[in-house]
Design a protein. Structure first.
Length: 689
């Protein structure tokens, strides 16, 4: 919790939010701005001596203009620039400062409320009253006090209240100084930065007092330096770095699922101006369950109304929640939720909704906006037109166009069905559907079903429909597949792939066995498709290869203004997506530099050559089954992230073992807690070597 929504409160809230804390800002007034919120009233006690007077917070007079140029009043990633219709002067009026703070609060999603952590600045009567009121309900209260009487201590009668001195500075550049202080507070609370000991901080304060007594100039001291009259002047360099404003861009993110939310969060953290386009009315992407199915249940009609989600009602995740969270936002169990290690899809949706709310992403999302066109403004520009449509009544669409400097495509890869090819498929008289349009098992009552595929969804659906169905026959592609009854199921058999289908309803398998079936379910995966993207042939999809893409993310000739997140498969997805998002955000911010387009193109071609040498087809281009660790190990340093490789190895190996040993019951039989203890022990042992 942050008390006050002026310069200090807003930038503190932003930094706490960036560090993953749940932040609430308390503001007495009806708007942000603090002292910059002009109030024409004056106090009844004009000298301010009456402690019981009604206090007018602002000290602004009507004609006030700032005494510092706007160029050094902004923040490191949010400059105080002149805007159309505003005060263009280098030393603008107080109204211009207020507009700047209001824009800052809006752009970073700070005007919202959560309850968890309190940073209380001040030691006056109102601060004391608020502190006493918050202490019984807050997780922690940290009171920041200005003045020479500072003592770092835990307050009496309160186990969760501490006094600090983290706002002690001489007058100077307000924006940069406040931002540095806010960053320090946020990192201390995130345990990324350790405070000196109480003795060290007190020693620093005593040195400062001695300097004041002797009339010496007082820099910001390095509290770890014990040399008398030896001071660290590096703070001035840090402020100069903050004053030097970096680039930030107007970025469109297509999709509000896991990839879109993570990308929006990372872009926002880097100071970009983000808009997320989401077709649905909620976040979640494919994790937003939709009971509807498409009119063309095979998904072959390009003009069909597409149902985005591929979830079936009973779906549970096939990865434990311990590896489905994000680096600074774990997928933990919550009261009233699904406590299982492999929870249902509803729990994943709640996790994503909490994530979007806690990081202020909902304010960035345009819900019910279906993107129909993404195209460069012209062939020489890096700007992009994003055209979207929204419902205007029952049958009409309203089209909207907006220009962005960069576009990140995060529309998922589980919407466009891939269908099995076999002779007679198009003339077979029974019902055919793709698993994308499977929802509940009741529709298969007393039916003979042929199910094609051997992935996680095929295993789940087979087990579920076996109860109501008369028979289930699973067709699997691969060498040496023989006809056999499946274990634990009296009415289910395994076959090799389908050879052909006849008009009389019979299905002939490659081993010559025949089944007279009612329904065929294609559990055969998905294809990449970006119907809205018009890149003039620069980015294509051929045999499920999206390319050319440098490291599966950037098209070389369009980088960094166009990028893709979440394309690789057969990899633990959440960490990979987060690393890709961090990389994109930092590249756009100018913190990381991409190779030249020629160098990136050469890297892509080398990847294609390696696939050909291995005899792998084009549709294996984004398959990370054998390259996951190498890929993530390359991505991690791009974002200053150190990933415990051992964690990923143990995760994947144990999961694969659990699947093979326990079949479709691995979610309930895998001893996840035991695995976690083993992982922690192994990681600790390795880090101590």
């Amino acid at each position: 919790m942050v008390v006050s929504a002026g310069f200090a409160g807003l930038v503190t809230a932003r930094e706490l939010q960036r560090e993953g804390h749940r932040v609430t800002v308390f503001e007495k007034a009806n708007n942000v701005g603090g002292t910059w919120l002009y109030d024409s009233r004056v106090e009844t006690a004009l000298l301010g001596l009456d402690l019981n007077r009604e206090i007018v917070y602002s000290s602004i007079y009507r004609s006030l203009t700032v005494d510092l140029p706007r160029q050094i009043m902004g923040f490191s990633d949010y400059p105080f620039v002149a805007k159309e219709g505003g005060d263009p002067r280098h030393f603008p009026s107080h109204e211009e400062v207020l507009r700047f703070l209001q824009d800052f609060a809006r752009d970073f999603g700070l005007i919202r409320f959560e309850h968890e952590l309190v940073v209380l600045i001040g030691n006056g009567p109102s601060a004391i009253d608020i502190l006493k009121e918050l202490a019984p309900v807050a997780k922690e209260v940290h009171q920041a006090i200005r003045g020479p009487g500072f003592q770092l201590k835990k307050l009496e009668n309160h186990d969760n209240v501490w006094q600090h001195s983290m706002m002690v500075t001489k007058p100077g550049l307000p924006g940069p100084v406040l931002e540095l202080q806010a960053k320090r507070v946020a990192k201390v609370l995130s345990r990324k930065l350790q405070l000196p000991t109480q003795d060290e901080m007190m020693h620093s304060i005593e040195l400062q007092r001695e300097m004041e007594k002797n009339g010496w100039p007082i820099p910001i001291l390095n509290p770890h330096h014990n040399g008398h009259r030896s001071f660290n002047w590096s703070w001035t360099i840090e402020i100069v770095i903050v004053v030097k404003m970096g680039e930030s861009y107007k970025v469109a993110v297509i999709g509000g699922g896991i990839a879109g939310l993570l990308t929006a969060r990372e872009l926002k953290r880097e100071g970009h101006h983000v808009t997320v386009f989401e077709k649905a009315n909620k976040v979640g992407g494919t994790w937003l369950y939709d009971p509807r199915v498409e009119t063309d249940q095979l998904g072959l009609d390009r003009n069909r109304e597409i149902v985005h989600s591929s979830l079936y009602r009973s779906l549970r995740v096939n990865l434990p929640r311990q590896v489905m969270g994000f680096l600074d936002y774990p997928f933990t169990k919550k009261e009233g939720g699904d406590p299982r290690h492999f929870p249902g899809h509803e729990e994943v949706l709640r996790f994503l909704e909490d994530f979007a709310r806690d990081f202020g992403l909902l304010e960035l999302i345009r819900f019910e906006h279906d993107v129909v066109r993404v195209e460069r403004v012209d062939e020489t520009s890096h700007e992009w037109v994003v055209e979207s449509r929204t419902r205007d009544g029952e049958s009409k669409w309203e089209l909207n166009e907006e220009v962005f400097e960069a576009v990140v495509i995060c529309n998922g890869k589980s919407t466009e069905p891939k269908i099995a090819e076999f002779s007679g498929r198009d003339t077979w008289p029974g019902l055919q559907l793709h698993s994308h349009n499977y929802r509940i098992p009741e529709h298969f009552e007393n039916k003979i079903v042929v199910l094609i595929g051997n992935g996680p969804s095929a295993a789940d659906i087979l087990k579920e429909i076996a109860t109501p169905a008369k028979q289930v026959h699973q067709a699997i592609r691969g060498p040496n597949i023989q006809l056999k009854r499946l274990e634990n199921l009296n009415n289910a058999w395994q076959h090799p792939m389908i050879r052909c289908a006849h008009k009389d309803g019979k299905i002939v398998f490659e081993d010559g066995s025949i089944v007279d079936a009612d329904i065929i379910i294609h559990c055969t995966g998905y294809k990449y498709r970006f119907p809205f993207l018009r890149s003039n042939g620069i980015v294509t999809v051929e045999d499920n290869r999206v390319g050319p893409l440098y490291k599966h993310v950037f098209p070389p000739s369009l980088s960094p203004w166009l990028s893709f997140v979440g394309l690789p498969f057969k990899a633990l997805p959440c960490t990979m997506i987060e690393l890709q998002a961090k990389w994109i955000a930092k590249v756009l911010r100018g913190k990381l530099k991409l190779p030249t387009p020629e160098e990136m193109t050469d890297c892509v071609q080398q990847h294609y050559i390696q696939l050909e040498k291995k005899g792998w087809p084009k549709h294996y281009t984004h398959n990370l089954e054998h390259d996951e660790f190498e890929y993530k190990a390359w991505l991690a340093p791009q974002s200053d992230i150190s990933l415990p490789k051992l964690l990923k190895e143990i995760t994947l190996c144990n999961l694969l073992k659990a699947r093979s040993d326990n079949g479709s019951n691995y979610r309930d039989t895998w001893e996840v807690d035991k695995w976690i203890k083993q992982m922690e022990s192994s990681t600790h042992h390795r880090s101590s070597l």
